[in-house]
Design a protein around this ligand. Structure first.
Ligand code: MN
Ligand code: MN
Length: 450
């Protein structure tokens, strides 16, 4: 099995198209740093492509609590013969503000955070951060917050300890223990309110929040404010072949999936794009893939088509569906090649990665796709000249990871993991290859038309 860089398989015109597609992808990354912002972006894009919430239509959108979304396109075949489903997740590792985040200490106003998903804590200190989210006030009114993205906005930061004083407090500890979760506190302000006897800085920032946003301290209790990197997506490398940005797990699949579902028209089978939430913390919750949103949405779509949406009908449709779990993979890292098994790893710039199974040590937690289904996908990708590769995440006994595949496999549908490789995964600055992102779009489009 020879390996060739995907770039060598592309003509000059195709390479130009890859770079053009990457520009749209970067705009999406900058405009959708949270799951809520991603849902708004996706809704706008779908609406301009003829989708609506009318369940009698040909192209249907359904939104769950502003954090997950489904887009459905009618096909030539009846739904009872199964759907073509691709699911990607909108949430990304980050820091969330706690419910009672604000306090003052040594004349500084600080915000407490609780990290979300698998982060390496040392990557989040001493770097510019932005606040994105919503605050639901006592009277139910919603205030949207984005601070730290505009050129002249302030940013926020978590201070790190100077090397001069780090030896016993950090450097002699294990990397995992060197920075505690409770020490990821955000610097929020430092000017005390004139005349305040105590907690002057806290009072001053509360006054600012009240004047500017109409938010009071208690409103943090019913807020979802996410702390994300304040920088924008950038080209990486002297040849601009790569993209560095926050949130590419899994927006490197979300954007290609969005463009793929917009591009199809009257496919053979009905197509469903699922943009889900909470994957990074186990797909739980009302907006995760384990919730009833899928069944409820399909019910509504079937009713719109005049098909009685009985429990048994729904079960049969899901059982006969074919699906892709659209999630990223970890390619061989140039400096840590020893954690990969090079004959079965994926490589940056070698195309979309097809993974028969994920999981860890002994395939635990994997859905392990059927060989017959993997064969169908392989045949499809070759027929459509998709640049693709296979890959499992790391050496068997070193680690691994899971995806939503196993939750959809519960319904009995065929499902396989398929997405681009991402270096520095789960870091504030993840790296993708423009070629892999474009091939991911082509692969998802081919699957919807399959
Ligand atoms: Mn992921
Ligand atoms: Mn992840």
């Amino acid at each position: 099995m020879g390996r060739t860089s995907g770039w060598l398989k592309k003509t000059k015109e195709e390479t130009e198209e890859i770079f053009r597609f990457a520009e749209g992808y970067k705009r999406f990354l900058d405009g959708a740093k949270t799951e809520r912002e991603a849902v708004s972006y996706i809704e706008n894009r779908l609406t301009s492509s003829g989708f609506s919430t009318d369940h009698k239509g040909e192209r249907i959108i359904s939104i769950n609590r502003g954090k997950s979304l489904m887009a459905f396109v009618k096909g030539e075949a009846e739904p009872s013969r199964g759907l073509r489903i691709i699911v990607a997740h909108l949430d990304a590792p980050r820091l969330d503000l706690k419910q009672n985040p604000l306090y003052e200490d040594i004349d500084l106003a600080l915000l407490k955070t609780h990290y979300y998903g698998g982060i390496k804590k040392y990557q989040w200190v001493a770097t510019p951060l932005a606040l994105h989210g919503v605050v639901i006030k006592k009277d139910g009114r919603r205030v949207d917050v984005i601070v730290g993205e505009k050129e002249d906005d302030p940013v926020f930061a978590i201070d790190d300890l100077l090397p001069h004083l780090s030896r016993t407090t950090q450097e002699e500890k294990k990397l995992r223990e060197a920075i505690e979760g409770e020490k990821l506190t955000l610097l929020f302000g430092s000017i005390p309110l004139l005349g305040a006897e105590k907690e002057g800085v806290k009072r001053a920032v509360l006054k600012l929040l009240s004047d500017k946003y109409g938010i009071e301290e208690g409103d943090f209790i019913s807020a979802e404010i996410e702390v994300v990197p304040a920088f924008k997506a950038r080209d990486v490398g002297i040849d601009r072949s790569m993209i560095g940005a926050y949130g590419q797990d899994d927006r490197a699949c979300v954007y290609p999936l969005l463009e793929a579902i917009c591009s199809i028209d009257r496919p053979s089978y009905p197509c469903l794009a699922i943009f889900t939430d909470k994957e990074e913390i186990g797909s739980e919750g009302t907006t995760g893939i384990q919730s009833a949103f899928l069944q409820v949405t399909l019910n509504e779509i079937l009713e719109g088509m005049g098909i009685g949406a009985h429990e048994s009908t729904l079960r049969r449709i899901l059982f006969h569906s074919k699906a892709i779990s659209a999630d990223v993979n970890g390619p061989v890292n140039p400096d840590y090649q020893e954690v990969h098994e090079k004959y079965n790893a994926c490589y940056l710039g070698f195309g979309i990665c097809l993974s028969k199974y994920t999981g860890h040590g002994g395939k635990v937690g994997a859905s392990d796709a059927n060989a017959e289904f993997v064969g169908e996908i392989r045949h499809l990708f070759d027929r459509e000249h998709i640049v693709w590769q296979t890959g499992e995440m790391g050496k068997i006994d070193i680690g691994g990871g899971g995806t939503v595949a196993k939750f959809l496999a519960l319904h009995g549908m065929d499902i396989v993991d398929c997405g681009p490789p991402i270096l520095s995964m789960h870091s504030p600055f993840e790296i993708s290859s423009k070629l892999d992102i474009y091939e991911t779009f082509r692969a998802y489009k081919a699957f919807f038309n399959f």
